[in-house]
Design a protein around this ligand. Structure first.
Ligand SMILES: O=P(O)(O)OC[C@H]1O[C@H](O[C@H]2O[C@H](CO)[C@@H](O)[C@H](O)[C@H]2O)[C@H](O)[C@@H](O)[C@@H]1O
Length: 346
């Protein structure tokens, strides 16, 4: 701890030229106070915030990255610890699709997952009940994943379906279907048409129909046109008070105002699998996006299982652990499979 404080002090002095500037002095004092009071734990982030005003960018990002990794360590590095806390419990897997099972690409229609990832997810589903939870419509995400043995929750959880007949060994009842936003279908479709019309002159904008919600992509839109695009979306939305806007990775998501999200979908699936009030279940949710935070939050509130955020960069998150990219997700899933197979003597 003392060495850590010394190192931070040295770094701050080096980076700020050891100026007798009040901001630097105050910031240093605050760092040390936070570290001492909080034993170097949760408030390191607030130090980064307080240094923001007076430190060079690379110092900020360096410290931010290292403190973030302290709070959200790599799930690969912590693999044994994760197994330890799941001991004696039924692991249930929840996987986001874009940015988790497939790398983020410019064209949403070409976000394919690798064959190796598909093989790994298939083996995973053979070991644990496994669900894909995506912002995409269910049919579309199924066409990418192509595994019948999984549960699918499309449209941010507003369209849930169980495995096809005989697909899963975990659930007898194959009729599982949950669509809490059916009444919004005509409205969402109408908004989809209007958004296409409204944004058609914005180069690079893409409107995607995800059945119970609509995605407006701006990944390929020049940054100088982002606010125009947002205005176009807002001008359509103003006539639909029953729809709301959320944001994902370079995408605006238009969805019904109902209290249903990926967190609710997770709870619904746990209940359907018979784990509603069980203490011996361990849900593991892996996702990369803001919409996955709803599920991470639920896990924190339930004090059950854990969330893993896929990100190379520090982000505000309710997840406990991190993985940097889909390749790391695959390694993590593969290790889970190997551990399970070893235990079952397969
Ligand atoms: O919940 P997810 O499965 O992560 O879906 C969220 C959105 O993912 C897709 O968009 C994202 O991935 C695209 C392909 O890599 C990328 O081009 C885009 O910028 C990302 O936002 C999907 O197209 C959306 O419909 C989903 O809502």
């Amino acid at each position: 701890m003392v060495r850590f404080i010394e190192e931070i002090t040295k770094t701050v002095e080096k980076e700020t030229g050891n100026k007798s500037n009040t901001d630097v002095a105050t910031a240093k004092k605050k760092v040390l106070q936070d570290l001492i009071i909080n034993d170097g734990g949760g408030l390191i982030n607030s130090w980064v915030d307080s240094m923001r005003a007076c430190s060079p960018t690379h110092l900020k990002s360096l410290m931010k990255q290292s403190s973030w990794l302290t709070e959200h360590p790599s799930a690969l590095d912590m693999f044994e610890e994760i197994l330890h806390v799941s001991e004696g419990k039924q692991i249930v897997m929840f996987l986001d699709y874009d940015g988790t099972l497939s790398p983020i690409v410019d064209d949403p229609d070409r976000a394919f997952m690798s064959k190796k990832m598909r093989r790994t997810v298939r083996k995973l589903a053979n070991c644990f009940p496994t669900a894909i939870v995506s912002g995409r419509c269910r049919e579309k995400v199924y066409n990418f994943v192509k595994l019948t043995e999984l549960y699918y929750a499309g449209s941010h959880g507003m369209d849930i379906k169980g495995p096809e007949q005989g697909g899963s060994k975990y659930k007898e009842d194959q009729s599982l279907l949950c669509q809490p936003a059916t009444e919004f279908l005509p409205m969402v479709d109408e908004v989809y048409q209007k958004l296409i019309e409204k944004t058609r002159l914005t180069p690079g904008a893409k409107v995607e129909n995800n059945k119970f919600c609509v995605s407006v992509h701006f990944r390929r839109v020049d940054e100088k046109n982002w606010s125009d695009l947002a205005d176009q979306v807002r001008s359509v939305m103003k006539d639909y008070p029953k729809l709301r806007l959320t944001q994902g990775r370079k995408v605006l998501e238009v969805r019904p105002i109902i209290k249903w999200d990926k967190g609710k979908a997770l709870e619904f699936l746990l209940e359907s699998l018979g784990y509603a009030n069980c203490t011996d279940v361990f849900p593991l949710y892996i996702g990369d996006d803001r919409t996955d935070e709803d599920a991470f939050k639920i896990l924190r509130e339930r004090r059950q299982g854990l969330g893993i955020l896929v990100s190379k960069f520090p982000k505000e998150t309710n997840a406990s652990y991190s993985l940097q990219e889909p390749d790391e997700v695959m390694d993590f899933l593969q290790r889970l499979v190997e551990w399970k197979q070893l235990r079952s003597g397969a």
